[in-house]
Design a protein around this ligand. Sequence first.
Ligand code: NCD
Ligand code: ZN
Length: 347
Amino acid sequence: MESLVIRQPDDWHVHLRDGAMLALAADLTARQFGRAIIMPNLVPPVTTVAAAAAYRDRILAALPAGRTFTPLMTAYLTDTIDPDEIAAGHRDGVFTACKLYPAGATTNSAAGVTDIRNIDRVLERMQQIGMPLLVHGEVVSPEVDVFDREAVFIETVLAPLLERFPELKVVLEHITTEDAVRFVETGGPNLAATLTAHHLHIDRNALFSGGLRPHAYCLPVAKRRHHKNALRKAAVSGNPKFFLGTDSAPHPRSDKESDCGCAGIFTAPVALESYVQVFEAEGALERFEAFASEFGPAFYGLPLNDGRVVLRRENLQVPQEVSRDGQHVVPFHAGETLSWRFEGAVE
Ligand code: NCD
Ligand code: ZN
């Protein structure tokens, strides 16, 4: 197969940042995706309808003229967030979903939720109005090994939460374990998961390949190889509970290559190329379109995109660095040659 034409895909989990990084991140995501779920972990976090609407305006203003892209905004849940604010934002079409960061779990999560019981009233309301909860599924207790944090979260927080709110729509974001795959597979139709491209390619050995590799570090951290293989099987399975969410999370090169390097992998420059390579290797190219363009909107209850895009089977040399406005970021697959190239919309 020399080219693949698919319905315009969406990215169901992305960090576009703000300020100097925003133009770079927004342009590269809008180049490949029609819509994206925008993560709210800015400083300060996006906790009000007004802040989300203003951020949405900044994203649209940062895009080059002529790009059609719809940012789908999320609310950052805190211990004290008001259920009325969430519901009003959802009713007015500003908030598509809410994001749960356990406090301290990842980048800019300090204002997150310290105990899930603190937001029971919010979850109750979300269940009532059919608003999805997007979950960073890791416990933060220092007693729990960093490689076990997702599995322990599922058992001790997520399973009980779904028992208390059986109708709540939940997306377990950027899953990294076989445990998560099984949990989502056996859950109800209101439970789904996003899969990043990087977790389909790397396992934890990538962090130590020939030396310490900060650009392979993200949260949840990559796990053992058998976990990666379970994620790949889930991605290509055709099960609509698993769909595309890059978790593209740019950090300036200097913040990654540091004494205390930030978590996050910048996938946006080569997102579709990276995913399609996995589908090809698994002999499942014919299932790529549903994963990238159909299962996400179906879960969120949104229409499918109308347009089509083309990927060509051509070598793509991934640059060592992507730069703009004084921001220098190392992309996922830097220095590698990929075998697909995203070409753009079909005229
Ligand atoms: C994300 C970031 O940098 O904002 N980092 C990451 O490693 N994925 C936060 C997140 O999604 O956990
Ligand atoms: Zn993320």
